[in-house]
Write a protein that binds this ligand. Structure first.
Ligand SMILES: [Zn+2]
Length: 205
């Protein structure tokens, strides 16, 4: 590609204002030229741009590349902001841009812009939470019971699903009767819940 650019620069007085056929047996170059601008690696875009500048036109003072408006660097961020309105997904965002505007490395800039967007980031996080909906349970209908050991002491933890209210009781031991005693004191205060879930330890059988 460098050779083509060199040739066109060297003989610009003959090439300017004309359509020039470039003959090459360099397969990768043919492949690259056939691609759209955004698919070409960024380092090659400016060379391709140079070769394709015959496709640049000026209409009403606006520089166009084919039918796309060439956006100067000072306006690239405002254009990204406009195209990102409504926080579209990455593909839609880039499609919107590609349909109407162009600048070198536009796709990369669009990706970086979307990655830095707070609202998009939050909606991605919320979406993953939506996949695991939390159960809506009335207060004291369902409780979870577990035995935990902290620094050699056995504790019974109980959490109410409805209110997220936690209870923690120190157990004298881990036998069934210790667990039953502890649960009884809780149930004596709050009533007996409809459902009790546990990790099915032997004390809960
Ligand atoms: Zn966004």
């Amino acid at each position: 590609m460098l050779a083509v650019v060199f040739g066109l620069t060297k003989f610009r007085q003959y090439a300017l204002g004309r359509t020039v056929d470039v003959l090459t047996d360099h397969k990768p170059l043919v492949h690259i030229v056939k691609k759209s601008f955004d698919e070409v690696p960024p380092r090659l875009q400016r060379w391709l741009f140079f070769m394709m500048r015959s496709q640049l036109t000026v209409a009403n003072g606006i520089l166009l590349l084919e039918s796309r408006v060439v956006i100067p660097s000072a306006l690239q961020q405002p254009v990204l902001k406009l195209a990102h309105e409504g926080h579209p997904g990455s593909a839609t965002f880039k499609d919107t841009l590609r349909r109407s505007v162009w600048w070198p490395r536009m796709s990369r800039d669009a990706e970086q812009f979307a990655a830095a967007c707070d609202i998009c980031w939050r909606s991605r996080t919320n979406h993953s939470q939506e996949l695991q909906p939390t159960e809506v349970v009335p207060v004291w209908h369902k409780v979870a019971v577990d035995l935990v050991e902290i620094e050699g002491r056995h504790l019974l933890s109980l959490v109410d699903y409805g209110s997220r209210f936690p209870e923690l009781i120190v157990l004298p031991g881990t036998k069934s009767q210790h667990v039953v005693m502890a649960l009884s004191t809780i149930f004596a205060r709050f009533g007996i819940p409809l459902e009790l879930v546990s990790d099915n330890g032997p004390q809960f059988v």
